[in-house]
Design a binder for this molecule. Structure first.
Ligand code: SF4
Length: 273
């Protein structure tokens, strides 16, 4: 079976938003599209398209404002846990206007699941290779991440201020989840095209590595829109995203995309040796 490893995946949970960041929103006007369970199932259930997902290093929930469609985030995380889908780290990006306790709880659940899973894998490895040496187990456990889930607030000057009350609610509910802030500098907003007054982001070149004929690693962001389309990249306006669609999720093979789209003018494909 062919296998694909992905470094970064983003799910655009919704194109709706509950605020309007004047002059900043990289997306443009909000749109009435929401990701659904079929899209999530299809993204992960790749066998019918001839390959298996062998690992996703980082999954980001973005939008629009993802907390407006919490059901699909909860569904995705529960699916990852129940079906043992190899996703190693999850971030929820939010403008912090809404506190949805169920979202923090499901991230807590994922964080605990990953902690137990990683600790068990280390202990099993040590039992097999080092005769359960406590010193080696302790050393290896020291190197595991302190958290496998993050909630990241957008806090640049264009976003609406996040109230102390909401921050407190998030902090009190979080169990071992990292809560961070992300502030895009004004200069970067224009340079990168994040502003609707700035230029659009350039198309993403695709970087991939082939470990053998049947194993490929894709380093770019693989982005699924709230319409179920797949693109590489994802930062930019909805218009730019829609202009760069590779295909709809149930038709795209992320293994074959390297060949299929090499000659297209959507993007350039680079193989790393
Ligand atoms: S930048 Fe984010 S929070 Fe602000 S209007 Fe756009 S989608 Fe909404």
């Amino acid at each position: 079976m062919k296998k694909v490893e992905l470094y970064n995946v983003s799910f655009e949970i919704t194109r709706r938003c509950n605020i309007r960041c004047e002059g900043f929103c990289m997306r443009g006007d909000a749109q009435n599209f929401d990701m659904n369970k079929y899209m999530v199932d299809t993204f992960f259930d790749t066998k019918s398209r001839g390959y298996a997902l062998d690992g996703i290093h980082h999954l980001c929930f973005t939008g629009g404002e993802p907390t407006l469609n919490p059901e699909i985030i909860i569904y995705t995380i529960n699916k990852i846990i129940e079906e043992n889908i190899p996703v190693y780290n999850i971030t929820l990006m939010t403008n912090g206007q809404l506190f949805v306790p169920e979202l923090v709880q499901v991230l807590n659940k994922y964080n605990k699941y990953m902690t137990l899973k990683t600790n068990k894998a280390i202990r099993d490895y040590c039992a097999e290779n080092f005769g359960n040496s406590p010193k080696i187990i302790e050393r290896m456990l020291k190197n595991v991440p302190s958290s496998y889930a993050q909630i990241t607030f957008s806090t640049d000057r264009f976003h609406k201020l996040i109230t102390e009350e909401v921050r407190k609610q998030y902090s009190e509910c979080a169990e071992g989840i990292e809560i961070t802030n992300f502030e895009v500098k004004d200069s970067d907003i224009i340079k990168s095209g994040f502003s609707k007054n700035g230029k659009e982001l350039k198309k993403e070149d695709v970087l991939y590595k082939e470990a053998n004929g049947n194993y490929r690693i894709i380093y770019n962001y693989v982005y699924m829109t709230a319409k179920g389309d797949i693109i590489f990249g994802g930062d930019g306006s909805y218009q730019n995203i829609d202009n760069n669609v590779i295909g709809i999720v149930d038709e795209v093979s992320l293994f074959d995309v390297v060949e299929t789209y090499k000659e297209s003018n959507l993007t350039k494909i680079y193989k790393i040796s």
